[in-house]
Design a protein around this ligand. Sequence first.
Ligand code: NDP
Length: 275
Amino acid sequence: MTDLYAVIGNPISQTKSPFIHGLYAKACGQDMAYTALEGPLGGFSGAVDAFRAAGGRGLNVTVPFKMDACAYATTLSERARLAGAVNALKFEGDQVWGENFDGMGLVRDVTHNLGIALRNKRVLLLGAGGAARGALLPFLHEQPASLTIVNRTLSKAVTLAAEVASQAQVTACGYVGLAGQAFDLVFNATSASLRGELPPVPATVFAPGCLAYELAYGKGLTPFLRLAKNAGAAPLADGVGMLAEQAAEAFLWWRGVRPDTRPVIAQLTVPLSGS
Ligand code: NDP
């Protein structure tokens, strides 16, 4: 029997997940169907209950339901608990497992696809929303020399850093606190690029040979990447690899086999060109 999976969000028409999981299922010879569900705002639980009643085995969860999914799960991974957000659910009888693969996908893209280690590096994380929270534990697992969290609303960065206070290398500051500091890897985990905006980050944060990584994907040279490029950062990357890798982690979790992400990345990559 064909196993049923889906991604749930609102809106959902923009999602690439059915395309990605369709390719993975075909490449791995898995008998599964993967669709997109538009969950009603305020009606996440009911939509998931109905999906499970119809035999659904697992869900990817996207905006705005990641926190609802966190509450819906009966068992959370440590990553999901710290992120306060779930981007993948697995249903086994009455048990609902909640995971967050966004940060794992990001780290795998950087270390495996881009071939850049975080270990002993100075890492700057812009933003303290869901994506930044999800990245925190996977980043620390890589043992960077330092991890600096910066956010427009400083209190959120301070709270996030405090949650891993035992890790001495984590600090939080506001954008003005970045004056005079340089980093080896800079991640834009703000949503500024979705509106064509630039977080108020000084161009001096990019050390020579710095990786500038934009978590948003498919937007070409965003204002953040343009700033980084003009400051001499290289390489530049966007979140298409992260998207493919988090999907591969969920696929592995559900199906026990890890798909090759390269064909998906090749098909979804938008060149980072522009002046
Ligand atoms: P959230 O809404 O949870 O968080 C948004 C963050 O951006 C907050 O820290 C907010 O600061 C900050 N922010 C927004 N606008 C600005 C601005 N103009 N200047 C400075 N800071 C700003 O979003 P997510 O964490 O879910 O998503 C963040 C990014 O990550 C998005 O671009 C999203 O597309 C991308 N993403 C990519 C994925 C992938 O697979 N490639 C997966 C998940 C996310 P404040 O707290 O002050 O409001």
